[in-house]
Design a protein around this ligand. Structure first.
Ligand code: GCU
Length: 337
């Protein structure tokens, strides 16, 4: 009987280990908690982190503690491209990515990288929150070959507008001539920077501070909250407001994870993601205001720019991508009021 008892015990231990493994659950006070891993590449002061944190709080509340998000900030789990690959492999559950690197997986996202596509912030949000935005989010589930991509779009986050920063002021494309400008892992951004007369250099966001400091690149482009929270202002003191693109952030989920969730769990996550988007937009507005203050304190020169020469210089880029499947989309976006 001792042997039998030992056997039963062993069986119980093995079964619970197996259960824990397949359910990726952890045991907290007896109740099983479904834990999902979330990655992003910004510091914990950034509005993206605040948005994801809000989502984690909402998931915990909606599920009565049965679901938990563990958040890994600062690019701890890798670059955005690497975390997309982890989602596809199912080794990561949720990640925030700029639509720019996502466009290497799902090319419809290239549309968001086009320079001067949106008239202003209102136009941008009317597109994202309307039919076009919903359609693009849904199409993330299918890759360019028409097969399941392994990804699922949850919601959009605000990432403002992107502008150039360097040690010198950029008033027009002429000022960019001969400069090495860091871009994301994004063919459209490469074409854009080239059309403006500079040499585009892809560098992962987490490596950019050092690249700027060591002169691997002469400048970069981003929104003001990211410029400030990355402390790139310590190297680059001139921020030129040319607002060349509005590239949204997207919250993505592994479809392997999604398909393993119960309908109830999927509903909690969808609701929490939608609520976190609203929350993040407000955090974004506060983040921009805060960034303006910090830039002032830190002696950053904010350069007002007339965008006309930038718009003109990048016409070839809009023409190049507004062909084939993106053509209709560009027209549709233009028509959104
Ligand atoms: C933005 C965006 C990030 C991205 C970064 C970059 O800040 O929100 O997701 O990584 O730009 O330029 O790499």
């Amino acid at each position: 009987t001792a042997n039998l008892a030992f056997g039963v015990l062993l069986g119980v231990v093995a079964a619970s280990l197996l259960f824990a493994f397949f359910d990726s659950s952890s045991d907290s006070g007896g109740a099983s908690v479904h834990v999902l891993k979330v990655a992003h590449n910004q510091p914990t002061t950034h509005p993206v982190h605040l948005g994801i944190q809000h989502m984690a709080e909402r998931v915990a509340a909606l599920s009565g503690g049965r679901m938990r998000l563990d958040v890994f900030p600062n690019g701890q789990l890798g670059s955005e491209t690497q975390t997309m690959e982890q989602l596809q492999a199912g080794t990561l559950d949720i990640a925030k990515g700029s639509s720019a690197p996502i466009s290497n997986f799902i090319s419809v996202c290239k549309v968001f990288s086009l320079p001067y596509l949106f008239r202003d912030e209102d136009h941008f949000w009317a597109v994202l929150n309307g039919e076009v935005g919903a359609g693009i989010l849904e199409s993330l589930a299918t890759n360019d070959a028409g097969r399941p991509s392994g990804l699922r779009g949850l919601t959009y986050y605000d990432a403002g507008s992107r502008s150039f920063y360097a040690k010198k002021a950029i008033h027009s494309p002429a000022d960019l001539a001969g400069m090495k400008i860091r871009v994301q892992n994004d063919p459209v951004a490469m074409d854009m920077v080239e059309a403006m007369g500079a040499a585009p250099t892809p560098v992962a966001w987490g490596e950019l501070y050092t690249a700027l400091q060591q002169g691997v690149v002469d400048g970069a482009e981003n929104n003001s909250p990211s410029f400030v929270s990355s402390r790139h202002f310590e190297v680059c003191k001139q921020f030129s407001l040319d607002h060349h693109a509005r590239v949204p952030d997207v919250l993505l989920m592994s479809s392997l994870t999604w398909n393993r969730l119960s309908e109830q769990e999927q509903a909690w996550l969808s609701q929490a993601a939608a609520e976190s988007s609203t929350f993040q937009r407000a955090a974004w507005a506060a983040g921009v205001a805060e960034a303006v203050g910090i830039m002032k304190e830190e002696g950053v020169q904010v350069v007002e720019v007339n965008a006309d020469s930038f718009i003109e210089a990048t016409q070839s880029v809009r023409d190049k991508y507004a062909t084939g499947p993106l053509r209709e989309l560009v027209v549709k976006i233009g028509e959104v009021e």
